[in-house]
Ligand binder design. Structure first.
Ligand code: UD1
Length: 339
């Protein structure tokens, strides 16, 4: 198939491009590069030996999005493009709603007009809000606690309404847990703009000497060692989940709309991540215990059962591989793609 990947130059997008190319698909990437670097796609081409068609455009410009479908016979879309920083979304809700919601509406309208009704959407475990029952199953009640999370939840609702209105749509909603790690070549990985908000990239930059020390947000949670527990998932496993979701959508000719968690089902604490990363990098990781971060919860862990039963997908890589591969990327590219 010819697949359009929005946000394909980003962290999860670039890894998914590698898996899609390996599965034999032709790739068209649309990206505005506000939080990504075209170098990632050159490296994807290097890894896969396949050419990618690159379109530099913004989903918020409807005419540009329609033009993509006029110029290319797109069979399916994987939609990663979006803003994703929780703190920034509290400060700039209009920016987040405009970018994430308007961008998605423009994409869906262009798809509909072009008779392309097959979409895989990047959602997030953030739509479960504060977990009421662990592990999180797909039928857990939905709520979101910040504009970023609400934008993901709203897009999920838009997709469900769309399917209700027209059962020709084939829609896969993938709820990611905490993606970490990097492709094992060390050529592509996460390249955060400014100080990382997320744990693993921050730990990696401390190990690499780019930052002095890590702040551990809270050691008084009711968890194994008092620090927050999350379901970290290797980004290559996550990318493989997209190929499986696409296979599932394409396998039948009638429409469908499904939601699947992409997680491992195993949680690790902040201290466990630090200890494992120390071993993987053979570096010290200085840290200080700080008060809890607003909006954080004690524990978030996926039920991976439905993904296994329905998609025939499960994560293959554990925390050792996540830290090893994340470190290889960091060590080889201390300043990300600018290195
Ligand atoms: C965060 C977002 C979530 C988003 C996800 C994207 C919040 C509240 N949640 O999830 O909406 O979908 O990123 O990947 O921002 N930690 C530290 N020190 C740090 C950074 C993190 O101790 O410098 C701790 C956190 O308190 C948490 C764990 O590490 O216990 C993981 O944090 P993080 O990587 O930011 O992910 P989430 O908070 O799960």
């Amino acid at each position: 198939m010819q697949i359009l990947i929005t946000g394909g130059a980003g962290y999860i997008g670039s890894h998914t491009c590698v898996e899609l190319a390996a599965a034999g698909h032709d790739l068209v990437v649309l990206d505005n590069f506000v939080n990504s670097n075209p170098a990632s796609l050159m490296r994807v081409e290097h890894i896969t030996g396949r050419k990618i068609t690159l379109i530099t455009a913004d989903l918020c410009h409807a005419a540009d999005v329609s033009a993509v479908f006029a110029a290319h016979a797109i069979d399916a879309v994987i939609h990663f493009a979006g803003l994703k920083a929780v703190g920034e979304s509290n400060d700039k809700p209009l920016l987040y709603y405009h970018n994430n919601i308007t961008g998605t509406l423009n994409l869906l309208q262009a798809m509909d007009a072009a008779n392309c009704r097959q979409l895989v959407f990047s959602s997030s475990a953030t739509v479960y809000g504060v977990p009421q029952k662990l592990p999180l199953t797909e039928d857990h009640p939905l709520s979101a606690t910040n504009p970023y999370g609400r934008s993901k939840l709203m897009i999920e609702e838009i997709l469900r309404d769309l399917y209700q209105s027209d059962a020709r749509w084939r829609l896969a909603i993938l709820r990611y847990f905490n993606p970490v790690g990097a492709h094992e070549s060390g050529l592509i990985g996460e390249d955060p703009l400014g100080p990382p908000n997320n744990l693993m990239p921050f730990v990696a930059q401390v190990a690499g000497g780019r930052r002095d020390k890590l702040s551990v947000w809270g050691k008084d949670y009711p968890t194994i060692d008092g620090t927050g527990v999350r379901d970290y998932i290797h980004v290559v496993d996550l990318a493989a989940g997209h190929v499986k979701a696409l296979d599932k959508l394409s396998a039948h000719h009638q429409g469908k709309c499904f939601v699947v968690n992409l997680g491992t089902g195993t949680g690790y604490s902040v201290m466990q991540v630090i200890e494992n990363f120390k071993r993987a990098s053979n570096r010290d990781i200085p840290y200080q215990i700080c008060p809890r971060r607003a909006g954080d919860v004690a524990e978030v862990v996926a039920s991976p059962d439905f993904a296994r039963e329905f998609l025939g997908w499960e994560a293959q890589r554990g925390l050792d591989e996540m830290c090893r591969d994340h470190w290889r990327w960091q060590a080889n590219n201390p300043n990300g793609f600018a290195s």
